[in-house]
Design a protein around this ligand. Structure first.
Ligand code: SF4
Length: 430
């Protein structure tokens, strides 16, 4: 369990992003520190409106880097001018808001409390389908809180999903510690059927499948890829945390998969879907990770080229077996994390570059910073539309846009005139 300190600058929207980050960290069992000096990790959520603000942000980042064990810089300035922080020479991870919780959660799965009920946040409905997992990862503290998988019946989850749709959800996020093992406690692998049933609910909405470990998905990969292929409501997106490219390290982590499982799942989805997004996580600097193991992780990343990658620097969680292992030095962990983060930026940047000039149908999901709206295409890629008011775009709209540019975190797009209100089932890329 880590303690965190979060500082937020700028507009209401930025404060909303900080609240979302805090909620995810608290759900993950972390707690706020009394101040930066007591925190294991500090999060600086930046603003960049005028030059003076920029200088203040850089100075504050430098102070926090000295005061706390780890520093994460996020927010508008981190996204628009991340190089200013990288070039300043202090040790900080520069991340998109959405990447912050998983980077801090040490590769552990997100938690849900036993009485977790669906939540509607704007037009996004969060649907926890089960609690717990089937694993015993050596670095994980979450499992002590959540225990073994406990799967409610399909009918119950479908009823909750239907209620979310009736309440106005346009995007349903199917979540859990490990969605891939839903139903295993009852002796059945029920995820494919559950997704089919949710997609069959009447209404205009999309469904995003949350994190699923490769060990749970491998045995149902063909059936699951078919579910994705036949359901246009399902975002063609899958989050498969591989954590390492080395089977030896995976053994020490007590993950329930081999790198080969991961590759085979990716091949199956490549066969079935024309365009989809692979999201994965790597833990860098696990205690037994050698230089050769690290290079295997880098090779896997180069080979599979996920479009969304969370890189977490290993840190010990009290009471876990990995906390008893002799750890690597901080410098080694920092160097490996830096190398992988640079590779990640290149791989993700190239993926976004290939989207520029294409047209795709998107769902506007949330307000962004300033006068912008965050949208998702059929493969759950984030595309930001600026000047949203002037363009008449708001959360819940479905429309066609052209991708006009990108940075290393998201793409930028402009609506194509006269194409608003296409249905969610329309073709995604032209
Ligand atoms: S799958 Fe592993 S990391 Fe996730 S909650 Fe279970 S034990 Fe923890």
């Amino acid at each position: 369990m880590a303690t965190y300190h979060i500082e937020t600058y700028g507009c209401t929207s930025n404060r909303g992003e900080s609240r979302r980050i805090e909620r995810a960290l608290r759900d993950g069992g972390h707690r706020p520190a009394d101040g930066p000096d007591d925190a294991d990790v500090a999060i600086l959520n930046t603003c960049t409106v005028v030059e003076k603000t920029e200088r203040n942000m850089l100075r504050r980042a430098e102070e926090l880097a000295e005061d706390t064990a780890d520093l994460v810089v996020t927010g508008c300035m981190a996204l628009a001018q991340g190089d200013l922080f990288r070039d300043a020479g202090f040790d900080a991870e520069i991340l998109h808001w959405d990447e912050v919780p998983s980077a801090i959660l040490n590769g552990e799965c997100p938690t849900t409390t036993p009485d977790t009920e669906p939540v509607l946040d704007g037009v996004v409905g969060i649907l926890p389908i089960a609690r717990g997992c089937m694993s015993n990862c050596s670095y994980c503290i979450t499992k002590f809180a959540t225990g073994r998988i406990d799967s409610p019946p399909i009918e119950e989850n479908v009823r909750k999903a239907r209620a979310l749709v009736h309440a106005g959800a346009k995007e349903i996020r199917v979540t859990g510690q490990d969605t891939g093992v839903y139903g295993w406690d009852t002796g059945e692998r029920k995820l494919p059927e559950l997704l089919d049933r949710i997609c069959a609910i009447d209404g205009e909405f999309r469904v995003r499948l949350g994190m699923a470990n490769p060990g749970g998905i491998h045995g149902i990969r063909e059936e699951l890829a078919d579910v994705f292929a036949r359901n246009r409501k399902l975002y063609d997106f899958i989050h498969l945390p591989v954590q390492s490219g080395s089977d030896e390290v995976l053994d020490e982590m007590r993950r329930q998969h081999r790198t080969e499982y991961f590759r085979e799942i990716v091949e199956t989805f490549d066969d079935r879907l024309d365009e989809w997004t692979l999201s994965t996580d790597f833990i860098v600097g696990f205690p037994t990770e050698t230089e050769a193991d690290h290079e295997r992780s880098m090779e896997l990343l180069r080979e599979v080229r996920p479009e969304k990658i969370n890189v977490t620097r290993f840190s010990k969680r009290p009471g876990t077996d990995a906390a008893e292992m002799k750890g690597l030095g901080g410098t080694i962990k920092k160097e490996r994390s830096k190398a992988m983060s640079e590779l990640k930026r290149r791989v993700v940047g190239e993926a976004y570059e290939s989207m520029v000039g294409t047209r795709r149908t998107v769902l506007a999901v949330r307000p962004g910073t300033g006068d912008s709206v965050k949208c998702r295409d059929g493969a759950y890629r984030q595309i930001i539309v600026q000047r949203a008011d002037e363009r008449g775009v708001e959360p819940g709209d479905v429309f066609e846009l052209e991708v006009t540019g990108h940075n290393t975190m998201y793409a930028l797009g402009a609506p194509v005139d006269g194409e608003k209100s296409r249905s969610i089932g329309a073709a995604d890329a032209v």
